[in-house]
Design a protein around this ligand. Sequence first.
Ligand code: ATR
Length: 282
Amino acid sequence: MTDRYAVIGNPIAHSKSPVIHAAFAAQTGEPIEYGRILGDPDDFAGDVRRFVAEGGRGLNVTVPFKTAAFELLDDLSEQARAAGAVNTLIVRDGGLLHGDNTDGIGLLRDLTENHGFALAGKRVLLLGAGGAARGVLRPLLAAGPAELLIANRTASKAEALAAAFGQPSDQGPSAPRAPSVAGGGFDSLAGQRFDLIVNATSSGLDDQVPTIPDACLAKGGWVYDLLYADTPTPFCRWGQARAAARVLDGLGMLVEQAAESFWLWRGVRPHTAPVIARLRGG
Ligand code: ATR
């Protein structure tokens, strides 16, 4: 029997998730169908209820419903709790709804496994302090950078996020050295250098880039934009113009977070490289 999955968002027509999951299903032989649902901004809970009543087994949740999904579900993974958002909903046998968030692990897999960036000991700058930034913070910190600075147009939001994710300084002699986490405005970046700059702002949607100093990118530093587009995003162009050693957009992360959702639903891990290559038109 074919199991039903879907992505729910608004707008949804542009979503690449159905193509990605169809490719995973073809590759693994898993009997699934995967559709798209245009969610009602005023009745997300009703849309979920209907999908489950019709036998749906799982949903990917995208903009603008990730927080609504977090608030709707009682049964949440650690990562969903840390992110304050759900991008993967699993319908358990018996109908219990479980919420998880695979965005952060998607970024980590793309960065470290697909592209070979070693985060341990590195200085990382995370731009933005909204939902996207919050979603990737826990896995980024778990990978053991020396330092993580959150910089945001509105400094107070970055300070609050850093306070929420910073580790208490006294963890005992046997605890692994925790990364230093700080937050501030873009003016706090003067004189600092980073090995990796991750753009988790939505500025690219307005064809803008955060106003950060050119010199924050260390020689040999990498740039990663969580956004992706068919042509280089504004922040990818920023990195190219400043001779970043590598400039990556969020397409790899998109496929990796989908693969992690597929794994949570089906217990099978698809190969992502051919799917990323296909989406890039390769
Ligand atoms: P998302 O879920 O995509 O993270 P969000 O929670 O609305 O969306 O957060 C958007 C983020 O992008 C915020 O950090 C926002 O900065 P502010 O907190 O100062 O609003 C940031 N952002 C949006 N447009 C920006 C711009 N033009 N320059 C810099 N930062 C921008």
